[in-house]
Design a protein around this ligand. Structure first.
Ligand SMILES: [Zn+2]
Ligand SMILES: [Zn+2]
Length: 594
């Protein structure tokens, strides 16, 4: 703001005020007017203008006009609107500097600027300023200070600015967490990866497990250690040209991969790819791929300096967790929880305050569809077509949990918290439930949960409502899905087909494939899929053969030896399920689509 204001020949001041920018312009009327007209087009690429409110216009004598333009300290005024910026992938200019031997940011894994770098993940309190982020641990050196305070510099007020002299640094540790003295931890990590090691790397919003994606042995080893026999792994391609040899990439997919949000994009694989797809994505003809999103990611792939290890075209990058648990964020946590999975640890000392996984997206006939909304997207708000009268905290469901804080015209979704099946995941939920309202300076006056009393998010919501003394609203699962889509597409009425396996219905049974008629505040269930019996309850979800067999029995059909063989079911299992089915022992009835 200071840069473009000064360029226009205006004076005055600017200040961050809890998520808004307050600007006082001083100068001739026509210059101010011209500036206001051109403001939007003058903004840097990552800035967007949501709206301008002119608070007042005053005429002053030329002698009262300030001589220069100043940036005032941020004001923390809780009554003003706050927005927490999302983390952004490394920009092309920083990428160039990181790879250029003459730059002071050469090979520096924490290079950032005003257009890229960590935001949400390093925030401690609002407003977003360096002193209220994890970067406050690193006082700026004179060169960084110069760039930070120079309105003409592209790192002017880049809150996460850091360099090899003053910023965070890497550390290299062994399997047992033992510190290994290394002149260049990056080089050690690349060497270990090339030799078939699994390296736990502290990334932007959490730990990653990194390995050579072309090495069959390490892929097998990692699947075994993570107890993940078949779920697909995501990979990082070092650049678009190597990626295009393995996957089909449309123009829209290319744009998405290279965007500042830079999600993992699910791509169709090309004919005869050289990557071991049978181990990366068994049984699939697509692969989740991202491009380097931070300088560290880039430097892990590219061979730089005197490093004798060649460049990696593809690195496997999977979340640094044990099955079902959330991704580790602190060094201590990773050293304990990833012990036995990782052969080495590449750590750093920039704290991750809030977990944020890689986002996952796909481009289909209707455009970009986000499957996991996290890094790059969260916590950007979804704007509502109507103002909310209250501040509402919605707790989300049990699986793939995300919370939502609604106030004014905004619905702010947290990054994906994950499945709430482990104590670690619950801790993660409790943390975000506490932090979100605090950051936005909005105390919830209504709590919303799912109708299902056994979901961890429901229980936490009930406790919270009681603690805060605010009303609790419980919403049926499928109805909530329909409402969310209606909000997104600004519909006031809809006939909605909602296919979701296990939402508790208003009649106490488990609903699944539902046809609903929804108006703003009322809804009716028009129809549902014919009920099916699931012997063994959740066991039938993990073993789809049970579901098929139970449907045979429901229709009065027998399951012969041929079917038994094709479904890989033993006679012993069949007998057990049959007894359960006939006596309705531990059987659920479901209306789910599948
Ligand atoms: Zn940058
Ligand atoms: Zn510095």
């Amino acid at each position: 703001m200071a840069r473009i204001t000064e360029a226009a020949g205006l004076t005055g001041w600017v200040r961050n005020q809890s998520g808004t920018v307050r600007l006082v312009l001083e100068g001739p009327v026509e210059v101010v007017d011209r500036f206001m007209k051109r403001l939007e087009s003058e903004l840097p690429p990552r800035a967007s203008l949501e709206g301008v409110h002119v608070l007042s216009r005053e005429f002053v004598k030329p002698s009262q006009v300030s001589e220069m333009f100043t940036i005032l300290d941020s004001a923390s005024d809780r009554s003003m609107r706050i927005s927490i910026p999302a983390d952004l992938a490394i920009c092309p200019q920083c990428m160039k500097e990181v790879l250029s031997p003459s730059s002071r940011f050469y090979r520096y894994p924490f290079t950032t600027c005003t257009d890229c770098g960590p935001r949400y993940t390093v925030v401690e309190t609002m407003p977003y300023d360096r002193e209220r982020t994890a970067l406050r641990d690193f006082p700026l050196c004179s060169k960084c200070m110069e760039e930070y305070t120079d309105p003409g510099n592209r790192r002017f007020h880049a809150e996460s600015i850091a360099c090899p002299v003053c910023g965070p640094e890497l550390a290299w540790r062994g399997q047992e967490g033992n510190l290994i003295s290394a002149e260049d931890p990056l080089e050690e990590a690349r060497k270990a990866i090339s030799e078939g090691a699994v390296v736990a790397v502290k990334g932007l919003g959490g730990f990653l497990l990194v390995a050579d994606a072309s090495n069959r042995e390490v892929l097998k080893k990692l699947r075994k250690r993570k107890n993940r026999p078949a779920k697909p792994f995501a990979v990082m391609a070092s650049n678009l040209s190597v990626l295009k040899k393995q996957c089909l990439v449309s123009a829209e997919e290319e744009e998405l991969l290279s965007s500042p949000e830079a999600p993992i994009v699910v791509l169709r694989t090309a004919d005869n790819p050289s990557l071991p797809l049978d181990l990366l994505a068994p049984g699939l003809n697509n692969l989740g791929v991202m491009l380097p999103t931070t300088p560290l990611h880039l430097l892990l792939a590219e061979s730089t300096g005197d490093d004798s290890t060649g460049s990696f075209d593809f690195l496997l990058m999977t979340s640094g967790n044990r099955g079902g648990e959330p991704v580790c964020t602190s060094n201590e946590e990773a050293l304990t929880r990833l012990k036995g999975i990782a052969d080495f640890f590449l750590l750093h000392n920039r704290r991750i305050n809030l977990r944020n996984d890689d986002s996952l997206a796909v481009v289909n006939h209707s455009g970009v569809q986000i499957w996991r909304r996290a890094r790059g997207y969260a916590p950007n708000a979804v704007s509502l077509s109507f103002p909310l009268k209250k501040t509402v905290l919605a707790m989300g469901a049990e699986l793939k949990n995300t919370i939502c804080l609604g106030f004014d015209n905004e619905a702010v979704l947290s990054p994906h918290t994950g499945d709430l099946e482990t104590p670690e995941a619950l801790d993660g939920l409790e943390q975000v439930v506490k932090n979100f309202p605090e950051y936005f300076g909005k105390a919830p006056d209504t709590i919303v949960t799912d109708l299902h009393p056994d979901m961890h998010s429901t229980r936490l919501g009930m406790r919270l409502a009681a603690e805060l003394g605010v009303p609790l609203l419980q919403v049926q699962h499928h109805y909530a899905h329909a409402l969310a889509i209606m909000c997104e597409h600004r519909l006031k009425e809809a006939v909605a087909l909602v296919f979701d396996g296990t939402g508790l219905g208003t009649d106490g049974t488990i609903w699944g494939g539902e046809l609903l008629h929804v108006r703003e505040t009322e809804w009716t269930r028009l129809g549902t899929l014919a009920p099916a019996i699931l012997p063994g309850g959740d066991a039938a979800v993990l073993r789809p053969a049970i579901q098929l067999i139970a449907r045979f029995w429901q229709q009065g059909l027998a399951v012969d030896k041929r079917w038994q063989r094709r479904l890989g079911v033993t006679s012993e299992e069949l007998r057990l399920w049959k007894t359960q089915f006939e006596r309705r022992i531990n059987c659920y009835t479901t209306h789910a689509a599948g």
